[in-house]
Design a protein around this ligand. Structure first.
Ligand SMILES: Cc1cc2nc3c(=O)[nH]c(=O)nc-3n(C[C@H](O)[C@H](O)[C@H](O)COP(=O)(O)OP(=O)(O)OC[C@H]3O[C@@H](n4cnc5c(N)ncnc54)[C@H](O)[C@@H]3O)c2cc1C
Length: 386
C-alpha cells in the first residue's frame, strides 16, 4: 500500500487530493489521507468579505471528498517525524506516510512589530475574520486602521469602507498601494480607494500597535478603534522543526519537481513552499498553489508508476484586486509578475475577479472525475502562462 498524506486542505492541498483521487481511482494500492484544521473550506481569497460582515458559501470538504477514497481527518497537525514517516495530530493520532504533501499555507506575520499579536486582528482564518466582523459591527462609527499597503491590505480597506460607510478607514504602509502595477492601473486603484473614502498613508514605518492607536517611526501615532494587520507573511514552523531544509522565511526548499531537497518523500506546495523559477522564488498566490497541487499529484502518480517526475514551470498571469463589490483592477502580468500595459477596471474587472475567485471549488469537483483537465490547464505548471 502507498500511503499518501496531505497536510492542509487549502487551495493547494485540496487540489492535490482531488487530482490524486481522480488519477488513482482504479488503483487498490493507494491510500490518500488529508488533514485539515477545519471541515469547512476556507476561501482565503474572500476573507476580507467575511471581515466586513458578508456571508460566504458553506463549502464542506468531507462532502467534496464523498465518493472518493480520500480519508478526511479534521485536526491540527502538531509535528512531523521524518525518520519514522509519521505525522502527529493534536487529538493524539499518529498517521504514517510513504509520501507527504506539505500544504499548510502561510499567515500574517504578527511577530515583527510589538503589540500586533495582542491588539490587532488578522485575516488568517475564517474565525479571525469573523472576530473582526463582530468588532466592526459593534463600532457604529470610529476609525479602522489597516496595516499593510499590499494587495490584501487594499482589498480589506476597500471592502470595510464600502460595507461600513460610517467608519473612517486608514490604510497604512511602507509601500504605495498598487506599487507593482503599471501607472494607469495604479491610478485607478487610488481613485477607487479615494471614492470609498479610504485615507491612504504610505511611506511610513509602523513600530508599535497599542490598544487604541498605531505608533509610527516618526514619533506620531494614528488613533484606531480597530487594527487589521496584513503586513508580511510567515509559515508554520513544523517543516523547520522536522529538519526539512527551509529558506529564510521557513518555506520548504523544493527541487524542480516540487519535492523537498532534503527529504524527497515530501512534496511542498502553495504558500509554504519555496519554489525556484527562472525569474526568482514564487511568491504564493492562489493560482500558483493550484498549479503546484496538480503538478505534485501528477508527479506522485508518475513515481508510483516507476517514472521520474517532471520539472514544474509556472508564469504569473495577473494581479486581481477587488475595490469593494462594484469595482476592481486586474493588472495582467508577464510570467515573472512584472506588469503588462493591459489592465481591466470597473464592471469587466469585477466580473473577472469574481470568476477567478469562484473557480477553485467547482474545479475540485470536476477534477475528481476528470483529472486530465488539471493536466490540460496546469500542464507542468500552466501551459498558458509561461
Ligand atoms: C484576504 C486575502 C485575499 C487574498 N486574495 C488573493 C487573490 O486575490 N489572489 C491570489 O492569488 N491570492 C490571494 N490571497 C493569497 C491566497 O489566499 C494564498 O496564496 C492561498 O490561499 C495559498 O494557498 P495554500 O493552499 O498554500 O494555503 P491556504 O489556502 O492558506 O491553506 C492552508 C490550509 O492549511 C490549514 N492548516 C494550517 N496549519 C495547519 C495545521 N497545523 N494543522 C492543520 N491544518 C492546518 C489551514 O487551516 C488551511 O486550510 C489572498 C489572501 C488573503 C488573506
Amino acid at each position: 500500500m502507498n500511503r499518501i498524506v496531505i497536510l492542509g486542505a487549502g487551495y493547494a492541498g485540496l487540489i492535490t487530493a482531488v487530482s490524486l483521487a481522480g488519477r488513482t481511482r482504479r488503483r487498490e494500492d493507494v491510500q490518500i489521507t488529508i488533514v485539515n484544521a477545519e471541515e469547512r473550506f476556507t476561501e482565503r481569497l474572500r476573507l476580507h468579505q467575511t471581515a466586513s460582515g458578508q456571508r460566504l458559501a458553506d463549502l464542506r470538504i468531507p462532502e467534496l471528498l464523498a465518493g472518493t477514497r480520500v480519508e478526511f481527518v479534521r485536526g491540527w497537525v502538531t509535528g512531523i517525524d521524518t525518520a519514522a514517516h509519521r505525522v502527529r495530530v493534536d487529538d493524539g493520532r499518529e498517521i504514517e506516510y510513504d509520501r507527504l504533501v506539505y500544504a499548510l499555507g502561510a499567515t500574517a506575520d504578527t511577530d515583527t512589530v510589538p503589540g500586533v499579536g495582542e491588539h490587532a486582528y488578522t485575516l488568517d482564518s475564517a474565525h479571525d475574520a469573523e472576530l473582526l466582523a463582530r468588532k466592526l459591527a459593534s463600532l457604529g462609527n470610529g476609525t479602522v486602521v489597516v496595516c499593510g499597503g499590499g494587495l490584501t491590505g487594499v482589498e480589506a480597506a476597500a471592502e470595510v469602507a464600502e460595507q461600513h460607510p460610517g467608519l473612517d478607514v486608514v490604510l497604512l504602509g511602507r509601500q504605495e498601494p498598487g506599487s507593482t502595477m503599471a501607472p494607469k492601473a495604479k491610478a485607478h486603484l487610488h481613485a477607487g480607494l479615494a471614492r470609498l473614502g479610504v485615507r491612504v498613508v504610505s511611506g511610513v514605518e509602523i513600530v508599535k500597535v497599542r490598544p487604541g492607536s498605531v505608533d509610527l517611526a516618526d514619533g506620531t501615532s494614528v488613533q484606531a478603534d480597530a487594527v487589521l494587520w496584513t503586513s508580511g507573511v510567515r509559515v508554520p514552523v513544523l517543516a523547520a522543526a522536522a529538519g526539512l531544509r527551509v529558506d529564510g522565511s521557513g518555506r520548504i526548499v523544493t527541487d524542480p519537481a516540487l519535492r523537498s531537497v532534503s527529504h524527497p518523500q515530501v512534496y511542498a506546495v502553495g504558500d509554504a513552499a519555496a519554489i525556484q523559477q527562472g525569474y526568482g522564488v514564487l511568491h504564493g498566490t492562489c493560482g500558483s498553489g493550484l498549479a503546484n497541487g496538480v503538478h505534485a499529484a501528477t508527479s506522485i502518480v508518475r513515481e508510483l508508476d516507476g517514472r521520474q517526475p517532471r520539472t514544474f514551470r509556472f508564469g504569473y498571469l495577473h494581479a486581481a484586486v477587488s475595490l469593494g463589490r462594484h469595482d476592481a483592477v486586474i493588472q495582467f502580468t508577464h510570467p515573472d509578475d512584472s506588469p503588462k500595459r493591459f489592465f481591466l477596471t470597473g464592471r469587466p474587472a469585477v466580473w473577472y475577479k469574481e470568476t477567478v475567485s469562484s473557480i477553485a471549488w467547482p474545479s475540485f469537483g470536476q477534477l475528481k472525475t476528470f483529472p486530465a483537465m488539471g493536466a490540460f490547464v496546469w500542464r507542468r505548471g500552466g501551459r498558458f502562462t509561461r
